[in-house]
Ligand binder design. Sequence first.
Ligand SMILES: [Fe+2]
Length: 422
Amino acid sequence: MSCNHTEQAPRVVEAPIVINRRWPEEGFTRIPAWVYTDPAVYKKEMDVFFAGDTWNYVGLECEVPEVGSFKRQWIGDRPVVMVRNEDGEINVIENRCAHKGAQICWENTGKVTDFTCPYHQWNYDLNGNLQGVPFRRGALGKGGMPKDFDPKKWGIKRLRTVNRGGSIWATFSETAPSFEEYCGPDVLAEIDHMLPGKKLTLLGYSRQLIPSNWKMYLENLKDPYHATLLHTFYITFGLWRADSKSECIPTGGGAHSVMVSHNEGKKKTEATAEMERFRDDLRILDAETVTPRKEFNRGRVGGAWIFPAAQFGIQANSLKTRHVIPRGPNAHELVFTYYGYEDDDEEMTRLRLKHANLLGPAGFVSMDDSEMLKQVQTGISGYPESVSVVEMGGRDTEPADYMVSEVLIRAFYKYYREAMGL
Ligand SMILES: [Fe+2]
């Protein structure tokens, strides 16, 4: 049977994303609430950042140890799969069948010999090449794909991928600079500090869904100021304090940042008087919870934010990556991946796992962050034209060597406005 419909199909023209908003005149010391709520802003961020000239964190090599080991992942709102092929190389491919677009991988982790889309069972090898199409030659002598159908043209897109010290990064862009150039020397030094070329061991994950815009989490990790006030646990037991020596370095034009603190333990100073939540009378029964064993970082904690959505850092003896997956304008997923080094002794592994309790969904510290981000999203959602003010530590974007500063947030919005054309 042939199709004799002659009427014209409706034409669809993709319109550019128009954002009818005006940034406050004061510039990057103000953040308008609509950046956290407007669906058009969110859509443009997915295109400009996650699908643009950025390098995105995908995972750790140790998560896919064997041929066929895979990990499902997201880059912005695009599903991808990290998988080790027969040559031992790690691929990052789109999690999307070339036929109708169904996700070919439905599990977070596992091991396969190939991928078969459940819908019409198109089958792909570990490099994303299309290997088989059921009924390609038809059935009972009828149907099938046209004779000139070329499976080579219908593989799954493989992303540009880089392995840095055992961490895997990918980009959808053919024009993005090299990973090294993208990160710049300061951020690269932080990644290399955490991943010095030793083989990594996977210790576990935690994940949570936070009802706030993804940029609020990014800001939270560019904000040492809140940590000295909100986090009772940090302040009281000396893990992060306003009077510690610290570094806040915006890099990559403000997109990335390095934020570290030098631990000085529990003590009372002039600054603790301002910290309402400092409790001199509290003692922790299990002191080990807040007492790291000395290792490579020599009491230096914190880490680097690698734009758009990853952080590498250390807290006590807990080594982890944090990854943010935007879930629409009003939510994001936060995933911690905890790891160790192959040469860790048993005692160190136990401490790395114990100190993992500081952060994560029920962490002694970061539980209060998730709650605050939810409260901010609720607070601003009905007031899209309201603005927040980020002037702590000045109105500039110069690196700061103290804690009570919002410089990294200002530097980020300087970058953001330009990249988004706002
Ligand atoms: Fe925090």
